[in-house]
Design a protein around this ligand. Structure first.
Ligand SMILES: Cc1cc2nc3c(=O)[nH]c(=O)nc-3n(C[C@H](O)[C@H](O)[C@H](O)COP(=O)(O)OP(=O)(O)OC[C@H]3O[C@@H](n4cnc5c(N)ncnc54)[C@H](O)[C@@H]3O)c2cc1C
Length: 465
């Protein structure tokens, strides 16, 4: 038990009646799981290995400085939890202490239409914020598949990215500032501004820190006008042809809002057609109509030159309408012996094809279906997202299979010199590989951690710390 009676009393007194300190077995079991398939299978097996001593449900972010001061004083581990949509075990407590649940903190937001920003409480549900902006003719431009099940603070903490990142960028491009509470209780404002060259860009420091360096309380994000959108799908002769189109358009500095290349195995799902027999590229362009139309016509020329067939917008529109749906994975996981995993990685253009073929080969014996798509494009390379679907004899076997899928995927990525994660982050799934992945740069992370969190209370056991 890492929560001594003294620490417990100090927390109770400081929080008063407005926050809930919950030590019930149900609360501790519930916070032992996020949306990581491994954690889901453990829950189905009624195993809850990642237990805190108490769950503290805050009523306001104003309570965070005092909670962290007390936690530092008594060396109590603190694991922040927002909406728990992490698919890598990021908000799971591995050293006891408290889970700091910020999900019930009432949220507010304020739009500045002159600066095109919105400043929002970190606990706000992303989908609710987007809906409110759309009513004003605006959008965040950030559309993760988990939009309606993740919080704004969670996006910053995980270095999240959305399905339209080729146009709008990831959260690191979209956040112009935020406020963070350090482990020692100091409140730090990273001012919202277009750019600042007064030393290192400290705004990047906490982005992707997974609750290990501070607690984010409020965020300022860019907003964009809603604009005309064109969609189409191209059937392609090969994955290689699709990757070349993606690379070529990046070299021309095009910024289509949607580029998703599915290999044939996933194209059958994306096209909702079990007989579909080729890779497919979903394309969307957005902006003033003349510009979006020209961009679409350039992309069409590129695709046709590489042997594509233009299938029109219907299948892409259908995907847009169901793009937050995760039921294939959820239903399979919920069934006895069923398993499903999503693992996203990234590589440069000169390594991505080798990585794709190596992963397909290595994962084929481990699942019934190995689906792949490429959906976040850069001048230097792209992300690659693998979906593994399968059935084992029991939930226990399914759990073991999921663990083997993780270790196999990580090893193939390390062997190929690829990035181990594009956007789902480290969590428990990748923490054992953090040092190898970051190499000598891990030392910087360790030193920053020691300076900002001297008692090592914030989300211990993650990012190889
Ligand atoms: C169906 C589905 C689809 C997904 N699609 C995407 C996608 O398209 N793109 C993408 O990037 N991710 C995606 N994810 C992953 C996940 O939704 C993101 O990582 C999301 O940003 C997590 O937000 P959350 O509020 O649920 O945070 P949680 O899961 O509660 O926490 C995640 C991590 O952030 C830390 N944290 C949370 N809030 C704070 C805070 N205020 N201060 C400090 N640390 C904090 C926690 O300690 C933890 O380490 C998907 C997940 C699911 C289930």
């Amino acid at each position: 038990m890492s929560l001594s009676n003294e620490a417990y009393e100090a927390l109770r007194v400081s929080l008063g009646a407005s926050a809930i300190v919950d030590e019930s077995a149900e609360a501790l079991a519930a916070s032992s799981h996020d949306t990581w398939p491994v954690a889901t299978k453990l829950a189905l097996l009624d195993e809850h290995p990642y237990q805190a001593d108490a769950v503290v449900r805050l009523a306001s972010f104003d309570q965070v400085p005092e909670v962290l001061r007390i936690a530092t004083q008594f060396s109590v581990p603190v694991t922040v939890r927002a909406l728990g949509s992490s698919v890598t075990g990021q908000p799971l407590p591995v050293r006891g202490g408290i889970v700091l649940d910020v999900s019930a903190i009432p949220a507010q937001f304020e739009v500045n239409e002159r600066n095109m920003t919105v400043t929002v409480t970190a606990s706000m549900n992303g989908g609710e914020l987007e809906d409110a902006l759309v009513e004003r003719g605006l959008t965040l431009g950030h559309s993760p598949q988990s939009l309606y099940r993740s919080a704004v603070g969670g996006w910053i903490a995980t270095l999240a990215t959305g399905q339209f990142s080729s146009m709008y960028g990831g959260i690191e491009d979209l956040a112009t500032g935020y406020t963070v509470v350090l482990a020692t209780g100091e409140v730090v404002e990273l001012k919202a501004s277009p750019r600042a060259a007064m030393g290192p860009d400290l705004r990047q420091l906490f982005i992707g820190s997974e609750g290990t360096l501070g607690v984010i309380t409020s965020v300022t994000l860019k907003v964009f006008p809603l604009q005309y959108t064109r969609l189409t799908a191209f059937a392609l002769p090969s994955v290689e042809a699709g990757l070349e189109i993606m690379r070529e358009q990046a070299l021309l500095s095009l910024h289509p809002m949607l580029l998703r290349l599915y290999d044939t195995d996933e194209a059958r799902h994306a096209m909702v057609d079990r007989e579909f027999a080729s890779p497919v590229l979903f394309v969307g362009t957005r902006g003033p109509q003349e510009l979006a139309d020209v961009e679409m016509s350039l992309l069409t020329d590129m695709a046709l030159k590489r042997g594509a067939t233009d299938l029109g917008p219907t299948s892409v529109q259908a995907w847009m309408d169901r793009r937050y749906d995760f039921s294939t994975v959820e239903n399979l996981l919920a069934s006895e012996g069923g398993y499903a995993e999503t693992i996203e990685v990234a590589h440069n253009w000169d390594g991505i094809q080798g990585l794709y073929h190596d992963l397909k080969r290595a994962l084929a014996p481990l699942s019934d279906e190995v689906l792949s798509h490429f959906s976040h494009v850069y001048t230097q390379g792209t992300s690659m997202y693998m979906i593994l679907l399968g059935r084992a004899g029991s939930n226990r076997e399914a759990l073991e299979r999921l663990r083997t899928i993780w270790s196999t995927t990580m090893q193939v990525c390390l062997d190929n010199g690829a990035e181990l994660s594009h956007h789902h982050g480290g969590g428990l799934a990748r923490s054992p590989y953090s040092r190898r992945s970051l190499g000598s740069a891990h030392l910087v992370l360790e030193k920053v951690k020691a300076a900002l969190d001297p008692a090592g209370i914030l989300n211990p056991g993650k990012l190889g710390l």
